[in-house]
Design a protein around this ligand. Structure first.
Ligand code: ADP
Ligand code: MG
Length: 463
């Protein structure tokens, strides 16, 4: 009788713990970690809790210990300690536990790629609903772009037009511009939104010309309230498309319709872009996204895990955040490979496993600057051939990139002035000192140059 009484009490206590837990953690987490758990007994100050397997035991111990203890303690303040013991369920139950939600979540990861089955691209807008402001992490690296994007979404066509967002690959441009689109199209005002990648834009123009029905494509754009074109740098050198785009741009702009563009470089650095388009782009708001810092990388990892209702140990996340720095896409890639390992081994990856697993990300040669990369990227950025940089000409379009290359070799690689001079054909090293000083001073006063240097550096470090 006594035993039975105690048992009842414990089960009541556990019920209240479960009720509390449900308030604190997501449904999926709750189902995952608290299914088939119960209090077995109390020994002095220790509450013994049974869990179905080692997997649950680890998680409850590592993640929920404090919360459970506090909740029990609130009911019975003699309890000071918890112990989790594994009590396998009947086979049927055990299998049910193995197929916990977390594994279902991880099921969605396939060969490093998340399959966003639940997200369907909207046929009318071409937007992917997975890109939202809610799951967009903001830090100093992107706050200007975020603020501008938010402002545009709240006042379409009347704040910054066009809004031009640029930055290196994998830094969230597509995410941000689609988030703006999603927010506007979800608004009850029912604005018409269309997202188009530049490749798609080019191919529509080309096939329109070929099939003599370009007017249909143009007409389909003329009624749009918000037109978003991604990766506009692809229009470089495509004269016919640029011409058509110029007309589309003007007709929307005149009607106060919003235009948002993304690019991997600022308008003034896109080669072979018609002057009239460049000046249109520069007539609006230009903002950049750069690389997230450590804290933001950690926040991004945590957000991604939260979305999937999975947790990983803090030391693992900290390791990933401090070592995977290239861009956010790579950060996601690293996280996905951890989750795949989790799924395959049916065990939470620890720090050692993580280190082994992420070798490719961490020791990637892409994360360090070197001479070859600086030269290659500076030349590419200014649309020159590498050998042009070493050409002893005084032509302005070459002198300037050469000075920038010299400046970066000094700043990023700490090359000595004479060493840089030797690289550039044995010039007098005072020429290098002059170049360095000039670029340094100008970059203090000239935003455009600072912008260019930032983009180049970002690229040097991202490969
Ligand atoms: P880009 O278009 O600049 O190459 P993407 O927008 O495709 O980059 O971003 C790459 C991946 O990183 C996407 O999966 C995106 O959801 C994610 N991502 C980028 N920026 C953020 C952010 N600020 N917060 C959360 N996820 C982000
Ligand atoms: Mg993109």
């Amino acid at each position: 009788m006594q035993y039975c009484h105690l048992f009842m009490e414990n089960s009541e206590i556990w019920k209240s713990v479960l009720a509390q837990m449900q308030l604190h953690i997501s449904k999926a987490n709750f189902a995952t970690w608290f299914q088939n758990t119960e209090i077995i007994s109390k020994e002095d100050e220790k509450m013994i809790i049974s869990v179905p397997n080692a997997f649950s035991k680890e998680w409850l111990k590592n993640k929920y210990y404090k919360l459970i203890l506090k909740t029990i303690h609130d009911t019975d303040n003699s309890v000071k300690e918890l112990e989790f013991v594994i009590k396998p369920q009947s086979l049927k139950n055990f299998n049910a536990v193995k197929e916990v939600k977390v594994l279902e979540e991880i099921e969605k990861i396939d060969a490093g790629q998340l399959k966003f089955d639940e997200f369907k691209i909207n046929k009318e807008t071409n937007l992917n609903p997975r890109y939202t402001f809610e799951n967009f992490v903001v830090g100093s690296f992107n706050e200007l772009a975020y603020a501008a994007g938010l402002a545009v979404s709240e006042n379409v066509g009347n704040t910054y037009n066009p809004l031009f967002i640029y930055g290196g690959v994998g830094l969230g441009k597509t995410h941000l511009i689609q988030a703006i689109g999603n927010k506007v199209s979800d608004n009850p005002k029912k604005k018409k939104v269309r997202y188009i990648s530049s490749e798609k834009f080019v191919s529509s123009i080309v096939s329109g010309i070929r099939n003599h029905n370009i007017d249909i494509f143009k007409a389909s754009l003329s009624s749009i309230d918000l037109l978003i074109i991604d990766d506009i740098q692809f229009l470089a050198g495509k004269d016919k498309t640029q011409e058509e785009f110029f007309h589309t741009f003007n007709s929307l702009y005149e009607k106060n319709k919003q235009i948002i563009l993304s690019s991997d470089k600022p308008p003034n650095a896109i080669p072979e872009l018609e002057e009239r388009l460049r000046s249109r782009f520069e007539g609006g708001m230009i903002v950049d996204v750069s690389l997230p810092d450590y804290e933001t990388r950690l926040a991004i990892l945590k957000t991604k895990l939260q979305e999937k209702n999975i947790s990983l140990p803090d030391d693992v996340l900290e390791y990933v955040a401090s070592n995977v720095k290239k861009n956010i896409r790579e950060l996601e890639g690293a996280l996905n490979s951890l989750l795949i390992c989790y799924k395959t081994n049916n065990a939470v990856p620890d720090l050692e496993t993580t280190k082994k697993l992420l070798k490719n990300f961490v020791f990637s040669p892409f994360n360090v600057a070197n001479y070859k990369k600086i030269i290659e990227i500076v030349a590419k950025f200014y649309n020159l051939e590498e050998k042009n940089l070493f050409n002893p000409t005084r032509r302005k379009e070459i002198v300037r990139p050469r000075q920038i290359a010299m400046f970066l070799l000094r700043e990023e690689l700490k090359y000595s002035f004479p060493a840089i001079a030797r690289k550039f054909g044995g010039k007098d090293h005072t020429t290098v000192i002059y170049a360095h000083k000039k670029i340094f001073q100008e970059s203090q006063e000239n935003n455009k140059l600072t912008e260019e240097l930032n983009v180049i550096k970002q690229r040097v470090y991202s490969g």
